[in-house]
Structures are given as structure tokens and as C-alpha cells.
Design a protein around this ligand. Structure first.
Ligand SMILES: NC(=O)c1ccc[n+]([C@@H]2O[C@H](COP(=O)([O-])OP(=O)(O)OC[C@H]3O[C@@H](n4cnc5c(N)ncnc54)[C@H](O)[C@@H]3O)[C@@H](O)[C@H]2O)c1
Length: 337
């Protein structure tokens, strides 16, 4: 397969690019480097620095490939801004970058690119769930602008499917974590700038890069009062992408869009994650409780039964300590060097 990977210089996109290359496929990374790093692109992979909203540039990438008789088979679309907190201060930024810019990509695909897409959606499209674990047909009612910017893309995609037969898989990731092991060891992992995700923040404290971890709210209706989330290992997530691509290339997705939750089906509270980080790093990791953040649902846990049934997918990392250990290995490698 030949795949265009938007946002491939980021955490998840670069991990999936690695897996594609390892399995003998060809990838081209397209990223504006606003939050990614060029050096994350695996050796031998073509990198195009470009803005998602630049339809002409994306069309050029598609046309050059077609003229060289090596057209793209599909697009993996990771490029997005991902901070729920920031989206509640600057919603317009999220609707511009994540929604409007995605429309430019979709227009370029309709004009001269492949008509198959795997979209990085998010558990944030559900908002506060009515029942857990969450099934794909649950009510979609985001509680933050980030989640809504992704839901709008899903809605655009349904119309492109209905009217143009555009085939897509929308993968609703829960909390992605950990670092993938490759033949060269653990060479990439999670880091965002600025960092807002719990696990890398905890590991920063363990390395002395931050003084303490902030727990946002301990008065939620959960057993220990802190939010509960479902953590999926990035290697399991990458595997699901390859399976979704295979399904699209096999013609599934023509009759109906493929929409899957991707989580490991277990929920862990913020306090449980803190405890796990203490065990794995051997560091005391001081914590301080802060008020709740707006737009944070109390519990987000996936049912990924559908992905398991239809894609034959099964997460390998189901325990928190196992996920944390891979993250810790990479974090030390990146920041202790
Ligand atoms: N990390 C998670 O836990 C999580 C959970 C659910 C969904 N997701 C989704 O997965 C995708 C990847 O997330 P990540 O954690 O790897 O984030 P990341 O910030 O590491 O990667 C995103 C990449 O997209 C690029 N990008 C952003 N806007 C762009 C634009 N307008 N044009 C071109 N490139 C642009 C950035 O430079 C960056 O390299 C995102 O779509 C995110 O919404 C992530």
C-alpha cells in the first residue's frame, strides 16, 4: 500500500508510519510541524512540510504520485490540535484547524486523490456517556470544542460517503499511551508540546522535570473521586489502523462507514494511574488536587467489541503497569540523554 499520513510527525502518526514501513508499505508524511518533529519521520520516508488547509499543495502530492504511476491507496488523517483544555479557551482555533482544514484535505481527495480515509476520531465525541462501557451507537454530545471539531468531521464524512461513495473508517481512540517496541528497541513515544497528558506529565515528575502532578477534581462520582479513563497502548492502536486499512482496501466501507471505538475496555482512575507511575518509576511523585476542568466527563471507558469482532483486533497491553513501563523506557531515553 502507498499511504499519505497527515500529522505523521506527531506521536501516534509516527508510530503508525513505523509499523507501515516495517510491514513493507510506502508512506509519505504530510505535517506542518506545528506540534510534530521532523526527525520523528522514520528513515527513508518522504516528508512534505505542509498545511492541512493547503488544498493545492495536497493535490500536488497526489498528482505527482499519480504521474509517477504510484498513486496513493489511502490517507491516514492524524493532523489535528488535540488539547481539550485549549479548545475551551479558543474554540475557533479548533474548528479552523481540525474541521475546516480537514475539508480542504477531503476536497483534494475527491478531486484527485484516493477515496479511502482512516480518520483519527476521539472518545471526546461522546461527551458525558449515559452508559459505560460506551458503544459506537451511543449519543454523540461532546462536552468540549475539541470533541465537537472531530464530530463535525465525522458528520462531513457521512455525507461524502452517501453522495460520493467515499470509503472511510472513523477510529474513536480513548486515551492513547505508551511507546511501541520496534526492531531497534523503543525509539519513539509520547511527547507533546505543551504536554497536557497525564502519563508523560507523571514521568516528567519522576525525572525531576516538573515538581508535582496536578489532579483535576477529586469529587467526581467515581470510587476514589477522580476521573476514570481507558488507556490504549499506541502499538495496539497502530495495529488497528493497519486492520482498518486492510478492510477499506478489501472493499469494506463501501456499503457503510466503518466506525470503531478503540480502547482496552478497562477504566483506570487518575489516582490509579498515579499509583502505577509510582510503582514503575520507583519515585514518590507528589500530587496536588486542583478544581475540576470544564468539559471533563467523569468516566470514559470503551466497548471495543465491534473492532474485535469485525477487524479481528485484540489489544495486547491491557494492564496499566505494562503500558507505563514502555512509556517510562522511552521517557528516560528521550530526557535523560
Ligand atoms: N493522543 C491521544 O490520546 C489521542 C486520543 C484521541 C484521539 N487522538 C487523535 O490522534 C491524532 C494524533 O494525536 P497525537 O497524540 O499524535 O498528537 P500530536 O500533536 O503528537 O500529532 C499531531 C500532528 O498533527 C500536526 N498538525 C496539526 N495541525 C496540522 C495542520 N493544520 N496541518 C498539518 N499538520 C498539522 C502536528 O504538527 C503534529 O505533528 C489527533 O488527530 C488526535 O486528535 C489522540
Amino acid at each position: 500500500m502507498k499511504i499519505l499520513i497527515t500529522g505523521g510527525a506527531g506521536y501516534i502518526g509516527s508510530t503508525v508510519t513505523d509499523l507501515l514501513i516495517e510491514q513493507g508499505h510506502t508512506a509519505v508524511v504530510y505535517d506542518n510541524l506545528s506540534h510534530g518533529r521532523r526527525e520523528l519521520t522514520p528513515a527513508g520516508v518522504e516528508f512534505v512540510e505542509g498545511e492541512l488547509s493547503d488544498r493545492a499543495k495536497i493535490e500536488k502530492v497526489f498528482n505527482l504520485a499519480r504521474d509517477a504511476h504510484q498513486p496513493f491507496d489511502a490517507v491516514l488523517h492524524f493532523a489535528a490540535l488535540i488539547e481539550a483544555g485549549e479548545s475551551m479557551q479558543k474554540p475557533e482555533l479548533y474548528f479552523r484547524n481540525n474541521t475546516a482544514s480537514t475539508l480542504a484535505l477531503l476536497e483534494a481527495m475527491l478531486a484527485c486523490g484516493p477515496k479511502r480515509l482512516v480518520f483519527s476520531s476521539t472518545a471526546a465525541v461522546y461527551g458525558e456517556p449515559e452508559t459505560v462501557p460506551i458503544l459506537e451507537d451511543a449519543r454523540l454530545a461532546p462536552t468540549n470544542a475539541y470533541g465537537h471539531s472531530k464530530l463535525l468531521v465525522e458528520q462531513m464524512l457521512t455525507w461524502l460517503h452517501r453522495i460520493h461513495g467515499f470509503a472511510y473508517a472513523s477510529l474513536r481512540y480513548f486515551n492513547v499511551a505508551g511507546a511501541a517496541e520496534t526492531a531497534e528497541g523503543i525509539v519513539r513515544g509520547e511527547s507533546h508540546e505543551p504536554e497536557t497528558h497525564l502519563i508523560p506529565l507523571l514521568l516528567d515528575v519522576a525525572l525531576g522535570r516538573r515538581a508535582c502532578i496536578r489532579i483535576y477534581g477529586d469529587d467526581y462520582p467515581t470510587p476514589d473521586g477522580t476521573c476514570i479513563r481507558d488507556y490504549i497502548h499506541v502499538a495496539d492502536l497502530a495495529d488497528a489502523h493497519l486492520r482498518a486499512l486492510d478492510a477499506l482496501l478489501a472493499g469494506r466501507g463501501q456499503q457503510a462507514p466503518l466506525v470503531y471505538n478503540l480502547g482496552n475496555g478497562k477504566g483506570f482512575s487518575v489516582r490509579e494511574v498515579v499509583e502505577s507511575a509510582r510503582r514503575v518509576t520507583g519515585h514518590a511523585i507528589p500530587a496536588e488536587v486542583q478544581p475540576r476542568r470544564p468539559g471533563d466527563p467523569a468516566v470514559l471507558v470503551a466497548s471495543s467489541e465491534k473492532a474485535m469482532r469485525e477487524l479481528g483486533w485484540k489489544p495486547r497491553y491491557t494492564e496499566l503497569d505494562g503500558i507505563l513501563r514502555t512509556a517510562w523506557t522511552w521517557h528516560q531515553r528521550r530526557y535523560r540523554a
